[in-house]
Design a protein around this ligand. Structure first.
Ligand SMILES: [Zn+2]
Length: 388
């Protein structure tokens, strides 16, 4: 019998501060104290192992653990119950349910925390600390609700939740039917809690996980109602605007048959490292913008800087094919370690060529070289008879 565990960290016994759950390479820039974090990794792992022991003792034959806190690299595999398999690292397409199959009999939530907006509950949040609320079908919920719906789509019900009192109560209220709870602490503030001893917490989790197996076949999966509206309340309007831009861009590209596979639009701004664009996507977008049926977009392309003459390209393009400058219009894209250039070139026969070049992980002392190489390549397009 297969059981899946979604393991978060904030609801672990003895955890009450962001410092304890923030990995050293954190992208969100919280306070870092590695010794504290390491201790909590160990305790998180012990709680997951305790849950696994409980279900193995009562009929489970396979346990797949999904580490989904932060960068998904918190659980210490050497310390994990050796019968478990562990999903960790960069998220797969199914994210926190990666590896779950429809023959999985139940889902356990360990280390769970309360939803955003909950007062007096340690580290309450929903996904990021920038969301004030998430509502699905009009009902305010947290990570527990979203994950329960996703598992429900595979026919898998939630059997157990471990974490602080409020997180367990909110999960039970959301599910609207019995779920076994292992309360390992009580929140007293956003960064404070009263915890039991971690070893007591682990025994409790083991006992409750064993008890949760009695719900297999007795409770239904949580099914997302049809046409449920998903509403997000952000803490600032700029985030809402960014989210809106992102879906707007995706909608327009999709409507025009531009394939976004392999690309990730993170915030629609182009300034975050979380955005991942393929050169092919850029070429497709520019080709679409210069096509005859998009007269409104042509101006966007024709107003790009002219190589060697205007804007960000005025002091460049002095080393390549001499016919190139003036025949190339392009947009630069620069982040630390990233050099890129995308635009159009009109070749010597007057044919319009579209190009995109991206170099990643360029060493700081070589970014100038990457830039010159791209300028020369673009110049060569302007100086060629490529379409002949
Ligand atoms: Zn987390």
């Amino acid at each position: 019998m297969k059981i899946h565990i979604c393991a978060d960290m904030e609801g672990t016994c003895g955890v009450y501060s962001w410092m304890q759950v923030t990995p050293p390479e954190t992208p969100w820039g919280g306070p870092i104290k590695e010794a504290e974090y390491d201790r909590c990794r160990s305790r998180m792992t012990a709680e997951v192992s305790a849950a696994a022991r409980g279900v193995f003792a009562n009929g489970a034959t396979e346990v797949l653990v999904n580490d989904f806190h932060g960068g998904n690299r918190n659980i210490l595999i050497d310390e994990l119950d050796e019968r478990c398999r562990l999903v960790s690292g960069g998220a797969g397409p199914m994210n926190f349910l990666q590896g779950m199959t429809p023959d999985t009999k139940g889902l356990l939530f360990t280390g769970f925390h309360s939803k955003a907006g909950t007062v007096s509950s340690a580290l309450a949040h929903t996904w990021s600390t920038n969301l004030n609320d998430l509502r699905i079908g009009g009902e305010s919920t947290g990570e527990f609700g979203l994950i329960a719906y996703c598992a429900g789509a595979l026919g898998v019900p939630v059997l157990l939740v471990t974490g602080d009192q409020t997180a367990c109560d909110q999960t039970e209220a959301f599910l609207g039917r019995p779920v076994v709870k292992a309360v390992v602490k009580e929140g007293i503030s956003q960064t404070g809690a009263i915890s039991m001893h971690p070893r007591r917490a682990q025994s409790l989790i083991e006992e409750k996980a064993a008890e949760a197996m009695s719900l297999v076949g007795a409770v239904e999966p949580t099914i997302l109602p049809g046409n449920a509206r998903v509403e997000l309340d952000y803490d600032h309007q700029t985030r809402a605007e960014a989210a809106e831009r992102q879906t707007g861009v995706e909608r327009v590209l999709k409507a025009n048959d531009i394939d976004m596979r392999g690309s990730v639009l993170y915030d629609g701004s182009g300034l975050s490292r979380e955005n991942e664009m393929s050169p092919q996507l850029l070429v497709d977008v520019i080709r679409w913008a210069v096509s005859d049926d998009q007269p409104g977009l042509r101006a966007v392309v024709s107003s790009l800087p002219v190589a060697g003459f205007t804007g960000s390209l005025s002091d460049r393009f002095d080393q390549g094919a001499p016919e190139g400058p003036g025949r190339v219009r392009a947009k630069t894209g620069t982040l630390t370690g990233v050099t890129s250039l995308a635009g159009i070139a009109v070749d010597l026969d007057g044919s319009l060529l579209v190009f995109a070049m991206i170099a990643d992980q360029v060493k700081p002392n070589r970014s100038g070289l990457a830039q010159v190489a791209m300028d020369n390549a673009a110049s060569a397009l302007g100086a060629c008879h490529c379409a002949r």
